[in-house]
Design a protein around this ligand. Structure first.
Ligand code: COS
Length: 380
């Protein structure tokens, strides 16, 4: 579990920023569904959007684990801000960084890594949820352009993003549907590209989730990522990394809920003693802490595999699965420890609980993670 000096510095810097600047507005942005542009600007100033991107492209030249630590620390105080950071890098930036041409990287990565512009990822559609290959958005070649039509939904940062990496069907007759899907970089200034309705959500209410509508959008052929009909695998690989970041989101939320519940258990007196001294409460805290530590091992391990260039698909799924479910249990138990106060919006733990639920759904449900893990075990 040792961190390098650089990783420790990033962790401490982000923790300080989170406590000083993110936590004080966490309740308000949740309550009013406000996207905190000022926090996004501060995260850009601190270089958080491009931690694993090399300096040549205006990144911080760090590693993937450092970025995961940043997501964990921000999520410890505010899940909405945590997912804004996580989606911007793992989904909005990474596919261009990992699979784009040199020209695409030069054109788009500096703006994304520096945080001057935001990015998003357009995979999900009304009929392409767990079945990621169910894409109905189409791309038809016309001269040197692709004409895109379709609607993407549940897209994090959609209203604020300049670039959106989207999937579209380029070969309707492909033998297997994933063999006819391509990936494109679409930008906000292209005619016919609009961010649609903003979703009113249970949790993560200070983050932006909206539709992306593509109506006869003319995309230059140089904006195709990789080969025609080769986009599905890029999206799957992008999701592998995204799953580590959702693991970090869950981990941060669980840790935040434990911090609060422990403090409360020290201060709240019932039957003449702090409630933490009652075994039913103390043991709850012990179980939460143990699961959080286990989740941290899985999340950091997956991030380290990625840093070392080793396969991490199964480990990312395990990290996300375990950290998400641990977050759900920890935030639920934090409410229980707070009792009636936990059920009240006057106290933060109900927000943690609502935010944590997303981790079991976004970037592949827990059921999909079990499918990915079991298929690997069975060599399918
Ligand atoms: N990395 C690289 N390639 C991958 C991959 C990965 N992680 N996962 C699958 N592939 C490849 C497979 O190897 C296969 O390629 P070949 O035909 O060359 O063998 C191809 O992609 C299709 O894979 P598969 O047959 O497993 O696809 P399925 O349609 O069965 O779907 C799941 C696989 C369910 C795992 C996928 O659809 C998925 O992850 N769904 C969840 C989507 C999701 O997370 N949505 C939320 C988005 S929020 S941004």
């Amino acid at each position: 579990m040792d961190l390098t000096e650089e990783q420790q510095q990033i962790r401490e810097m982000v923790r300080e920023f989170a406590v000083k600047e993110v936590e004080p507005i966490a309740h308000e942005i949740d309550e009013t569904r406000r996207f905190p542009k000022e926090t996004v600007e501060r995260m850009a100033e601190l270089g958080l959007f491009g931690i694993p991107i090399t300096e040549e492209y205006e990144g911080a030249g760090g590693d993937n684990l450092s970025y995961i630590l940043a997501v964990e620390e921000i999520s410890r105080v505010c899940g909405s801000t945590g997912i804004t950071l996580a989606s911007n890098f793992s989904l909005g930036t990474y596919p261009i960084w990992a699979f784009g041409t040199e020209e695409q990287k030069r054109k788009y990565i500096p703006d994304l890594a520096s945080g001057r512009r935001m990015g998003c990822f357009g995979l999900t559609e009304a009929n392409a949820g767990s079945d990621a290959g169910g894409t109905q958005t189409t791309a038809v070649k016309k001269g040197d352009r692709w004409i895109l039509n379709g609607t993407k939904m549940f897209i994090t940062n959609a209203s604020y993003a300049y670039t959106c990496v989207v999937t579209a069907v380029t070969d309707k007759k492909a033998k297997k549907k994933h063999q006819g899907i391509s990936a494109f970089i679409v930008t906000k200034d292209m005619k016919g590209f609009t961010a649609g309705k903003k979703l009113d959500k249970l949790g993560l209410r200070g983050s932006d989730t909206a539709e992306i509508i593509l109506e006869d959008v003319e995309v230059p052929e140089e904006n195709l990522i990789g080969e025609i009909n080769g986009g599905f695998k890029f999206f799957m690989q992008t999701l592998d990394g995204g799953r580590i970041s959702i693991g970090a989101l869950g981990l941060g939320l669980a840790q935040g809920a434990l911090d609060k519940a422990t403090q409360y258990a020290r201060e709240r007196i019932q039957f003449g003693v702090p409630i933490g001294r009652h075994q039913q409460v103390g043991f709850k805290l012990a179980s939460m802490a143990t699961e959080i530590e286990a989740a941290r091992h899985l999340v950091w391990h997956a991030a380290r595999l990625k840093d070392r260039g080793l396969p991490y698909s199964k480990e990312a799924a395990m990290a996300k699965l375990f950290a998400s479910e641990a977050a759900y249990r920890a935030t639920k138990d934090a409410i229980q420890i707070y009792g009636g106060n936990g059920y009240s919006r006057e106290y933060p733990v109900e927000r943690y609980f609502r935010d944590a639920k997303l981790c079991e759904i976004g970037e592949g449900t827990s059921e999909i993670q079990r499918l990915v893990i079991s298929r690997t075990l069975l060599n399918e």
